[in-house]
Write a protein that binds this ligand. Sequence first.
Ligand SMILES: NC(=O)c1ccc[n+]([C@@H]2O[C@H](COP(=O)([O-])OP(=O)(O)OC[C@H]3O[C@@H](n4cnc5c(N)ncnc54)[C@H](OP(=O)(O)O)[C@@H]3O)[C@@H](O)[C@H]2O)c1
Length: 363
Amino acid sequence: LSDPRIAIVSATQAGSPVGWGIVGTGEMARQFSQALGQSGEARLVAVASRDPARAAASAAALGAVHGGSYADLLAKPDIDVVYVATPNHRHKADCLAAFAAGKAVLCEKPLGMNAAEAREIAAAAERAGVFCMEGMWTHFIPAVVEADRLLHSGAIGTPRTMIASFGAPVAFDPANRFFSPELGGGALLDRGCYPISLALRFFGTVEAITGSSVAAETGVDASSAAILRFAGGGLALIGTSLAAYQSNDLVLSGPAGRLTLHEPITRPTSLSLDRATAIQTGAKPAGKGVKTMLRDIVRKSRLAGLLRKLVKRTTRHVPYQGNGYVHEIREVHRCLRAGQRQSGVVPLSLSIATMDVIDTLRK
Ligand SMILES: NC(=O)c1ccc[n+]([C@@H]2O[C@H](COP(=O)([O-])OP(=O)(O)OC[C@H]3O[C@@H](n4cnc5c(N)ncnc54)[C@H](OP(=O)(O)O)[C@@H]3O)[C@@H](O)[C@H]2O)c1
């Protein structure tokens, strides 16, 4: 068992709890530690901080066995997976250090500051032979999984368009990670990554990217809008903002109807399916009389009402467990038990493709 990769598989296969370490002591460290408890399959071995006093206090508050430095955490043999919950500018260095210690990694979104960093992270995980996944947890939320199932069952026909947004106002503070260019701030990196990642899941390969942004005083994008065209014929309209409260839902449309994942886009619990019947057009019969023309006029005036009758909505409540992060945690555990180095749902190629889109939009 000198090879830590063998230790990961043997620990998880034996049915014993998976050992986790959390790097960072902020808001996500707190929420994620709760989800580890909710999973019923994990043991929080250590929490790491840049500050020893904060490490000790966080370990006590979050229920970890140890609190220490980032290096202390990586030296713990009973940690199988490291959850990287530091600001974006640290993701690459924190991931690479974990890989060098033979640890699997769940890295908070986004996977680095740009596509080049995401590629470096993916290559380093590959070289080390360890599991790595971006914490794009929305993909594992049951309502999103159900939307994907409905889509593949043909519920709306071939999906053609997606309209989605993720925006909520944050009080401006140049030092905060949301607005700091050094820490990887901006609406696209913080929020736009969700609808972009989902659009890539639903539509595949992007072939054209256009967009526009409005900058905050610090230079990061405060609001951005994007249009993505996909090789398979899909089109996505995406909005994201740190300055505005947007609809925060996601609508996928096809010829037979539309699927709506209702707000909040990161962890929806409500899913609507609106079925539609295509309006039939065709050659009008020749020699239309006055009576037919009058009937046409009446019919057209009722068109809106008629369309409403043709459209049928069903809305379902699809809850998530705990605070929602438990589903991505279970995916990590499943992958480790199966000896997989990547998730099939959120592979590193999806995270890299997301960053490629964001890079283009930020140019
Ligand atoms: N999945 C989600 O729903 C979700 C939601 C929000 C954020 N996130 C992501 O999670 C990550 C962390 O976000 P957060 O909201 O938890 O941030 P946060 O509250 O600011 O916490 C970040 C932690 O990272 C550590 N850190 C290390 N170097 C730092 C530096 N130079 N400046 C500031 N902190 C530093 C700090 O812990 P020590 O000082 O103790 O080392 C700090 O507590 C980000 O990548 C973000 O994109 C994900």
